[in-house]
Ligand binder design. Sequence first.
Ligand code: UGA
Length: 434
Amino acid sequence: MNVLVVGTGYVGLVTGLCLSMHGHHVTCVDQDQAKVDALSRGISPIYEPGLEDLLQAQLQANQVQFLSYVPTDVIIDIALIAVGTPSMATGEADLSAVFAVVDELARTLPPHCLLATKSTVPVGTGTRIEALLRSASRSDIRVASLPEFLREGSAINDTLNPERLVFGVNDAETEQQLRSLHAAIEAPVVVCDRATAEMIKYASNAFLATKISFINEIANICERVGADVSKVAQGMGLDSRIGASFLRAGLGYGGSCFPKDTRALVNIAGQVDYDFTLLRAVVEVNQRQRLEPIRRLYEWLGDLQGKSITLLGVAFKPGTDDVRESPSIELARELEAAGANIRFCDPVVKQFHDNGRHFEVTDDPFEALHHADAAVLVTEWPQFIKLDWTQAAKQMRQLFLFDGRNVLDPGEMEAAGLILSNIGYRPKHTYAVV
Ligand code: UGA
C-alpha cells in the first residue's frame, strides 16, 4: 500500500519505518525542514534503540522518503496523522496541529483516501475531522481511529509485535483496508467505532498511570509502617488478576504520554459533566511523588541553601533521550528554589532547556558526584545500577544517596559507605525467597 505519515516524532517515524519494513511504500512528512534533511540522510533526530539502523536500511531499500510538504504527485491509499497533541493549561489536548494537518490533507489527498489518526486525540475528534472534511467538500475521505500503544525505548519491537490492534471504523471497507495495512502483524484486533477506539487509548494509559500511583501510595505507607514495597509488589503481581507490570514504585510517571493523557481524560470527563475523581487523584499523587526525595534531603542536610546535589538521570525513563515531564526537571526546579546547586548526569541526554534556560548534562557519574552533598537516582539507567559505588562514594563530600527507583542494593550501598534511602522501606535482609 502507499502510506502517507504526517509527523515524524516517536509515533510517526517508528510507525512509518515499520510499515515500510512490511513492504508498504511510505512517505513521511514533517514541517521541520532540518529534521526532514537529517532523516533523508539517515540521521535519526531522536534516540531510540535500533531506529537509526532501521532508517538507513529502509532508505537504502527505497521504501521510505521524507518530505516537508504533502506531495500531490505520489499515490496515497492511507494517510496517518501522527502529530503532537500537547496539554494546554486546562489539561485539554491541543488539537491545533491535528486540524492544521487535516486542512492541508483536505486540499492535497487524492480521492477516496482513508485518513486515520495515530495521535492520541480526545473522544469525538474523528467526528470533528469528518465534519471539517465535509465542509471542505471532501466527504470522499473516510476517517478512522488507529491508536498507538508503543513505548519509547522499545518502540520498534512494540510496533512490530503489538499485543493488540485497535481499529476505530465506521464501515467494513475501512476495516478491510486497515487489516491489509497490518497483514504482516499477528495480533488480536479490536474492531469498534471511532469514539470507542479513541477511549481505549486514554483508558489504557490512565489505567497504567493508576497502577503506578497506587503502588507509589502503597510505598509511602510501607515506609511508615516498616514494610517492603518491592516484596508487596511481587506478592501482588503474582496474582494474574493484578499482574506484575507497572507496579514499580518510584518517583512517578513522566514522559510525553501519561501526564498529558491523564490530564486530558480528566478534562474530557469534565466536558461531559463527569468528575473523574479517581484519575484526578492519580494525577495529584504523581505530582507529589516526584518531590518525595526533598523531604529526606531536608532531614539529611538541614538547609539546602548552597548544597550540591547530583541528579542521576534526566531522561524520563531509561532507553530514551526524551526529557518531557521528566521527574528530574521538576525536582531540580524545587531544589534550586530551595537554594541548592544541581548537577545532572545522564548517559544519553547531553543538554536540555527548561523555562528558557539551558542546562548541561555530563555522562560521567564520577564527575557529576564530585563534592556532592547528596545524590538522587532519578532514572534507572543500567549505568547507574552497575556503577562502582565504592569509587563513586569517594567523590562525594557527604554520603547521602536517595534511590528514587528502588534499584540499588541496600547492602551494597552500605558496604560502599553510603547512607541510603529509597521509595518505600526496603530492609537489607529479607528471608522471603521466590
Ligand atoms: C506509554 C505507554 O506504556 C504506551 O503503551 C503508550 O503507547 C505511550 O505511553 C503513548 O501513549 O504514546 P511511554 O510513555 O513510552 O509509553 O513509557 P512507559 O514505559 O509506559 O513508562 C511511562 C512512565 O511510567 C515512565 O516515567 C516510567 O518510569 C513510569 N513507570 C512505569 C513507573 O514509574 N513504574 C512502573 O512500574 C512502570
